[in-house]
Design a protein around this ligand. Structure first.
Ligand code: MLC
Ligand code: AMP
Length: 464
């Protein structure tokens, strides 16, 4: 069973999930999620506006119980992106919360106090669990089709690596529409059967108050905690602090270790592959390195001619991964799927890495400057440029990620035109999503281009 702890044979616990001021016991969860399942059973696909709320928890669990694939929609989604996700995914209804503009879909609310004890047969493990939208370097976000089997394999491998058990209390305040917060944090907890606490936002003081044993955060969150001595010291009683979704800077690793007494565990993955590499609860946690392949995962480094690169801790190659946690392709995009996955099942991560003789991995960077990681969110430069060009005051636009102490990279838009910078930031927030807004808009006379007319992004990144 994918959500193994929602098995009627499991012991009840009074506080299986805490979120947004609501506490759900395990029997509340089973009863209310099964009631949600009854409302969607038989549907082809539904959208879930993934706000950090009990409604989202019940909607997600209900879909997985009924075997209905769901599409998590970012809670801060804007108009263009919402239209794209709803249209491309073919979702037939909103389950749980509904955005102000429902894109013509009916709304199926979930009721916190409804109960059903119907027993659904477990769907086949190869069935689709969910479709997560994620950015590429160009174009609109693509739907990543993820099976139940891949999710189960990933959570089980992580449980082994992190000695994650039902006696843990897992705490995070990350969004419930990406791998980190949703698949690992929420589905992981519902599979393992540990207590799950969602703090609403990932703020240091909320992490400090939560009394967890296992904490998840993106590097921006850990950097903010490392900058707040009281909050960091309060995490000394935890068992494991886990960082992922972007590189954890070595000074943040060191400061956290000093203040909390815990060297953080770092792990690496992506929407398409789930988590594939991690340091271990009982193994070496080397600052700047993301660890060893999880059980069942193979990795390799490839050079530009397709040759294998040695694992000598120095030679850099394009990182490829394969194993039981891989996605089943991009929805409606066989072209993009074929570019990403080769016929032997190797996924081209787009990251460049080194591997040492013991199999320890270090992520060196990304192959493309057009895929930006800001606050742990993956954001395509191309989709922001396209959005900006839709504004009447913009003639040309080029977007880059510049180094940022807090966010890792911050989105900076260089624009030729006569729009107000703040108006452009707001425009992107309203069209795409709030977290994709440029943090800085610079109006310039012209963009540097090569003889073919292509914008020279590396040169742009040197402009100050
Ligand atoms: C600001 N705001 C605006 C605005 N400007 N709203 C509308 N229009 C504008 N122009 C408001 C926002 O609504 C928000 O309000 C507030 O400003 C702050 O915005 P923010 O961008 O959310 O805050 P920030 O502090 O910068 O966020 C940092 C962060 C966030 C770390 C909390 O980046 C985050 O949650 N990151 C996690 C990403 C993640 O989970 N990635 C995993 C991907 S999976 P309010 O009221 O809401 O505060 C993956 C695989 C793997 O990568 O390996 O895990
Ligand atoms: P996403 O699709 O949002 O899941 O983003 C996946 C990308 O995040 C990867 O391809 C990496 O570039 C990056 N990433 C995830 N975890 C790490 C990590 N621990 N260190 C460096 N980069 C990471």
């Amino acid at each position: 069973m994918l959500l193994a702890s929602l098995n009627p044979a499991s012991d009840d616990i009074a506080d299986a999930v805490r979120i947004d001021g609501t506490v759900l016991s395990r029997s509340d969860l089973v009863g209310a999620a099964t009631a949600a399942a009854e409302r969607v059973a038989g549907a082809g696909r539904v959208a879930v506006l993934a706000t950090p709320s009990a409604a989202t928890v019940l909607a997600v669990a209900g879909c997985l119980i009924a075997g209905v694939p769901f599409v998590p929609v970012p809670a801060d989604v804007g108009a263009t992106e919402r239209r794209h996700i709803v249209g491309d995914s073919g979702a037939q209804a909103w389950l749980g919360e509904v955005p102000e503009e429902a894109e013509g879909l009916p709304h199926i609310p979930v009721r916190l106090h409804a109960r059903s004890w119907h027993r659904y047969a477990e769907p086949p493990s190869e069935a689709t669990a969910l479709i997560m939208y994620t950015s590429g370097t160009t174009g609109a976000p693509k739907g990543v089709v993820m099976s139940r089997a891949a999710i189960a394999a990933d959570i089980d491998a992580l449980a082994e690596a992190w000695q994650w058990t039902p006696s843990d209390t897992l705490v995070h305040g990350l969004p419930l529409y990406h791998v980190h917060g949703l698949v690992l944090g929420l589905l992981g907890s519902l599979r393992i059967g540990n207590r799950f606490v969602h703090t609403g936002r990932p703020k240091p003081e909320l992490y400090a108050q939560a009394g967890g044993s296992l904490y998840f955060g993106v590097p921006t969150v850990w950097s903010r905690i490392a900058g707040d001595g009281d909050a960091a010291r309060a995490l000394a009683s935890a068992r494991l602090l886990v960082s992922g979704s972007a590189p954890l800077p070595v000074p943040v690793f060191d400061r956290l270790a000093e203040l909390t007494g815990h060297a953080p565990v770092e792990r690496y993955g992506s929407t398409e592959t789930l988590i594939t590499i991690s340091t271990l609860a009982d193994g070496e946690r080397r600052p700047g390195w993301v660890g060893l392949p999880l059980r069942g995962i193979e990795t390799r480094l490839v050079d530009e001619q397709g040759g294998l690169v040695p694992h000598d801790a120095e030679s850099i190659g394009a990182l490829q991964v394969r194993g039981p946690t891989m996605f089943d392709g991009y929805l409606n995009r066989p072209d993009a799927t074929a570019d990403a996955l080769d016929s032997d099942g190797w996924y081209r991560t787009g990251d460049v890495a080194v591997i040492d003789a013991d199999g320890m991995h270090r992520i060196v960077g990304r192959e493309s400057v057009d895929l930006i990681k800001s606050g742990g969110y993956r954001i395509g430069a191309g989709e922001i440029e396209t959005a900006l060009l839709g504004h009447p005051g913009v003639v040309e636009a080029a977007v880059v990620g510049l180094p940022d102490d807090d966010l890792g990279q911050r989105i900076v838009a260089f624009v030729v035109g006569d729009a107000e910078p703040q108006a452009l930031t707001d425009y992107v927030a309203q069209q795409l999503s709030v977290h994709k807004r440029p943090r800085e808009v610079r109006l310039v006379e012209s963009l540097p281009r090569n003889a073919m007319g292509k914008v020279l992004k590396k040169e742009l990144m040197q402009w100050h």
